[in-house]
Write a protein that binds this ligand. Structure first.
Ligand SMILES: Cc1cc2nc3c(=O)[nH]c(=O)nc-3n(C[C@H](O)[C@H](O)[C@H](O)COP(=O)(O)OP(=O)(O)OC[C@H]3O[C@@H](n4cnc5c(N)ncnc54)[C@H](O)[C@@H]3O)c2cc1C
Length: 201
């Protein structure tokens, strides 16, 4: 709903017309707003605190292929096809993230990552996971012993994993989407122009 001229108070943003409102300027909201703005939509990105104020600004900045469990456990849990699909999804997500980091020149480090077995049982599971990953086309390496010599067991090495600065990336996405579209609070009224129920998700 809009406001009448009598209801407006000085200094208050009164009305902002948009096609889509995205709530929350974390990595998901910033990426969504950037994508929609690129499609020519007029976007309102509404953030109650500041961009990357939530989990995005507090995380470890690691872009890793895979899920919390190792691949062998993933296969046992979801079945081979679903596990392969899930791992591939995370790999595609990494490629996309890397492309943004390179495009916006935000800080990153090509560190790779290591999944370490904590004991004999887990080391055996990692050996199995490595075999399955190689068969399914994932570029990983295996070390029988802790490559860092810290007393762990075997390790799966994922050379394509990397680290990034998530706050810088969100800032760049918001900037590229149009900095002025971030509201620290809701304007008095958001007027949706040309949006249908199907546009809201
Ligand atoms: C400690 C920790 C470490 C992690 N490490 C990693 C890692 O290394 N690698 C990795 O890939 N993932 C990691 N994650 C997970 C990753 O950070 C999250 O999955 C991701 O940041 C979620 O992004 P998001 O945009 O959905 O949420 P958020 O970043 O939380 O963004 C939500 C935003 O919405 C705003 N908001 C909330 N309610 C409202 C409202 N009503 N109106 C307006 N704005 C609102 C918040 O202020 C916030 O800015 C980690 C998470 C944590 C907590």
């Amino acid at each position: 709903m809009s406001v009448s001229v009598w209801q407006q108070k000085p200094g208050q943003a009164d009305l902002y017309e948009c096609d889509v409102a995205v709530i929350g300027a974390g990595i998901v909201g910033a990426y969504t707003a950037y994508t929609l703005a690129g499609q020519g939509k007029k976007v309102a990105l509404v953030e109650s605190r500041f961009p990357a104020a939530g989990a995005t600004g507090r995380n470890a900045g690691m872009s890793l292929m895979g899920a919390a469990d190792n691949y062998a456990t993933g296969v046992a849990r979801f079945g081979r096809e679903k596990a392969r699909h899930l791992w591939n999804l995370t790999r595609e997500n990494q490629d996309k993230t890397r492309a943004f980091v390179e495009r916006f020149k935000t800080p990153s480090v090509k560190s790779g990552s290591a999944i370490l077995g904590i004991d004999e049982r887990e080391s055996a599971l990692l050996a199995e996971a490595y075999q399955l990953m190689r068969e399914d086309g994932f570029q990983v390496e295996f070390s029988e012993a802790d490559p860092f010599g810290r007393g762990f067991g075997s390790a799966i090495l994922q050379p394509d994993d990397f680290g990034l600065d998530p706050v810088a990336l969100v800032g760049a996405l918001v900037e590229a989407a149009g900095r002025r579209l971030v509201f620290s609070r809701l304007p008095r009224s958001l007027l949706f122009t040309g949006a249908t129920a199907g546009d809201c998700w």
